[in-house]
Design a binder for this molecule. Structure first.
Ligand SMILES: [Zn+2]
Length: 378
C-alpha cells in the first residue's frame, strides 16, 4: 500500500494506523530477507556435503566422498553418488515471524534413485520452530517467565496461537542435551574450578485446594528450599564456563561428591591441567574434594572468606568509630598482598604487614598468617 504523508502532525487513530502499517512492512521485508539468507545457507550446506557447486558434474569415478548424510533406501553415504533434486517447501516459525514456504533443498541417490536424508545444521528435520525461538523458550523460562507469558508473546509475534503443550515440549527438549553435556569430556581441563552452593526457593503445587483472593478454587502452593550446587571452570586464556550443576535439598559431602565425581570422570583432573578448587568454608564440600581429588590439587578456601575472617577479627580487636580508618587501612593492605606479582613478593608483603599490625590486632594478623599459604595462587 502507499501512505500519503501530509505536513500536519499525525494524531490518534491515524498515527496508530501508520505506525502499524510501517511495522508490518518492516516485518515483511525482514522475513523476505531472512528467507533468502536461510535458503542460501541451506544451499551452501548441500554444496559442502556434495563437494561441488550447483551445475558442476559429479565425479562418480573418483574416490568415494564419505558423507554423514545417507540414502534413506540403500544407505549409500558416498556423496559422489548424490545429486541435487529440486526443493521441498516448509513453513517455519522464527522470532521474526512466520516464514511461508521456505525452499528446502532435496538430494537424490543415483544408485537407487531414492531420497537422501539431509540433516541440515541450520534446520532440524520436521522442526516447526526455528533455532532462535527454541533458544528464546529456554532463556525466557530459565529467567523465570511463565509458559503462559511466553506463549502469549509468541502468539502475538507469529500471528497464530501457540499451545502450552508445545511450549512445554520445546523446553523439555533441553533435557537430553543436559545429560549429553554432563558426559562430555573436556579437551583441556580448566586450571581453576570454583564451587558454590546457591539456595533458592522453588514454588510447586500441592494436591490440597484452597480459595484464592478472587475466591476461585486453586491448588495450594508451597515453597521448598533447594540448593543449586554449581561448578564454574576458569581457563588460563580467560574463558569461563559452568561445568556442571546439581539440584539438591541439602549441601553436604555426598551431594558434592556426586558432582565432583562427574567432573573427575570428564577429565577435570590434575593430569589434564586442573590446579585448584576454590570454595567457601563449608565443611561438606571440603570433605568431598578430599575424597574425590585426594592430594592431587590445591583445595583452597577462597580469598574472600579468608579476608572476611580477618575482617571479623579486626572488628573485635579495634572496636568503635575512632578506629574505623585504622581498620580500613589494615584491610586494604591485607588485600594488596593478593595482588603481589609472585609468591616471594607476597610473603615479603605479608611479613611487613604483620610487623605493622601485630601489636594492635594480633588475632587478625594470626588469622591471615594461618590461611595465607592456602590462598596464594602463583
Ligand atoms: Zn540409494
Amino acid at each position: 500500500m502507499s501512505i500519503s504523508v501530509t505536513v500536519a502532525r499525525f494524531q490518534g487513530k491515524q498515527r496508530q494506523d501508520i505506525i502499524q502499517e510501517v511495522q508490518k512492512q518492516m516485518q515483511d521485508g525482514a522475513l523476505q530477507a531472512i528467507k533468502q539468507v536461510l535458503s542460501a545457507c541451506l544451499e551452501a550446506e548441500v554444496t559442502a556435503k556434495l563437494g561441488r557447486e550447483k551445475g558442476e558434474p559429479r565425479r562418480a569415478s573418483s574416490h568415494a566422498r564419505e558423507s554423514d548424510w545417507a540414502c534413506g533406501y540403500c544407505g549409500c553415504q558416498d556423496a559422489n553418488h548424490f545429486t541435487r533434486d529440486g526443493h521441498d517447501q516448509r513453513n517455519v516459525e522464527t522470532g521474526y515471524g512466520h516464514l511461508h514456504a521456505l525452499p528446502i533443498p532435496m538430494v537424490e541417490c543415483q544408485r537407487c534413485h531414492h531420497d537422501v536424508i539431509c540433516r541440515f545444521a541450520l534446520l532440524e528435520k520436521s522442526e516447526r520452530f526455528w533455532l532462535d525461538l527454541q533458544q528464546d523458550a529456554l532463556f525466557s523460562s530459565g529467567l523465570g517467565q511463565s509458559l503462559r507469558a511466553i506463549k502469549e508473546r509468541w502468539s502475538g509475534q507469529l500471528g497464530s496461537p501457540v499451545g502450552l503443550r508445545t511450549m512445554n515440549e520445546l523446553i523439555h527438549q533441553v533435557e537430553p542435551l543436559v545429560h549429553q553435556m554432563q558426559e562430555q569430556h573436556f579437551p583441556e581441563a580448566p586450571t581453576v574450578v570454583q564451587c558454590d552452593g546457591i539456595w533458592v526457593t522453588v514454588q510447586s503445587q500441592t494436591p490440597a485446594m484452597a480459595l484464592d483472593k478472587a475466591h476461585r478454587k486453586r491448588h495450594q502452593r508451597s515453597g521448598k528450599k533447594v540448593v543449586i550446587l554449581v561448578a564454574l571452570g576458569f581457563w588460563p586464556d580467560g574463558r569461563r564456563e559452568i561445568l556442571d550443576w546439581e539440584i539438591e535439598s541439602l549441601e553436604d559431602h555426598t551431594q558434592w561428591e556426586l558432582l565432583l565425581n562427574r567432573l573427575w570422570v570428564r577429565e577435570v583432573t590434575a593430569e589434564q591441567g586442573l590446579q585448584m578448587i576454590v570454595r567457601d568454608g563449608c565443611g561438606g564440600l571440603g570433605e568431598a574434594v578430599a575424597l574425590v581429588y585426594g592430594n592431587s590439587i590445591l583445595d583452597q578456601r577462597c580469598i574472600f572468606h579468608t579476608l572476611k575472617n580477618v575482617g571479623e577479627k579486626v572488628r573485635s580487636e579495634l572496636k568503635g568509630k575512632d578506629d574505623k580508618e585504622t581498620r580500613k587501612a589494615l584491610m586494604e593492605q591485607a588485600a594488596l598482598i593478593y595482588r603481589a606479582p609472585d609468591a616471594a613478593a607476597a610473603r615479603q608483603q605479608l611479613g611487613e604487614w604483620a610487623h605493622t599490625w601485630r601489636l594492635q590486632a594480633p588475632e587478625a594478623v594470626a588469622a591471615l598468617e594461618r590461611d595465607v599459604e592456602h590462598t596464594l595462587v602463583f
